[in-house]
Design a protein around this ligand. Sequence first.
Ligand code: 5GP
Ligand code: MG
Length: 191
Amino acid sequence: MHRQRLSNDLFESKMNKIQVKDKSFAISIPAAKIHEQVCRVAAEITRDFKDREPLFLPVLNGAFIFAADLLREVQIPCEVSFVKLASYQGTQTTGEIREVIGLAHDITGRDVIIVEDIIDSGLSMAHMIETLEKHNPASISVCSLLVKPDALRVKVPIHYCCLEIPNDFIVGYGLDYDGFGRNTKDIYTLC
Ligand code: 5GP
Ligand code: MG
């Protein structure tokens, strides 16, 4: 068992490049760096939402790993409920924004924290905020694992962000290329 674990670690440390379908990706944000930043943001949320019992709304599918790691570091009473909103196909934005689905929780009067994988143009987040505002929550905060500042096309409030990245296409740690590549511990950039 112990030998097995050692060889797996060795294997992972050599995963500087991965192939997802027809594209090659090179490691850009190692797991340790992600973990460090997730813990920092979780500590900020823990401090800011003490006694507020926030409702986390992770956006599926991309934010599922980030949300799982973030929520386990948040040290206050809170609830979590998942929503869905898709705007991407392949490596190009379609510009098409779909409806928010799966809002099962009554968010009226609640302090809501949207948990996103990445903010690129900002259009998805702007639409999400606009939709949630109609339900009269007490507050809406935005928490994104990644932000591409150079790609932003609309102004969106970003209260918590783990890392800012260049305007490149990335996969891993929940983010996909055509449905694949989500199940990695590190984040990779298109070569
Ligand atoms: P936006 O509406 O801000 O342009 O796009 C947000 C959504 O597009 C994200 O939630 C994510 O699903 C997808 N997206 C944006 N940039 C990337 C990227 O570099 N890689 C992947 N896999 N998805 C991205
Ligand atoms: Mg997303």
